[in-house]
Unconditional design. Structure first.
Length: 57
């Protein structure tokens, strides 16, 4: 289960991306979540996925 609050979601995802996954696609596939939905939620608080750094910035 992932956090619903966008700020908590940001923290959760960046932690998982840093420690466990090489890409957003790998994380979403493993956790069975929609990458589009995640990026939309975080875009609402002005965070976007940076593929090069493998984190939301």
């Amino acid at each position: 289960m992932i956090p619903k609050d966008p700020v908590m979601l940001l923290s959760f995802l960046n932690l998982k991306l840093r420690d466990c996954y090489g890409s957003l696609d790998a994380l979403c596939e493993d956790l069975d979540i929609d990458a589009g939905e995640i990026t939309k939620k975080l875009a609402a608080i002005d965070y976007h996925y940076d593929k090069e750094n493998n984190q939301f910035v």
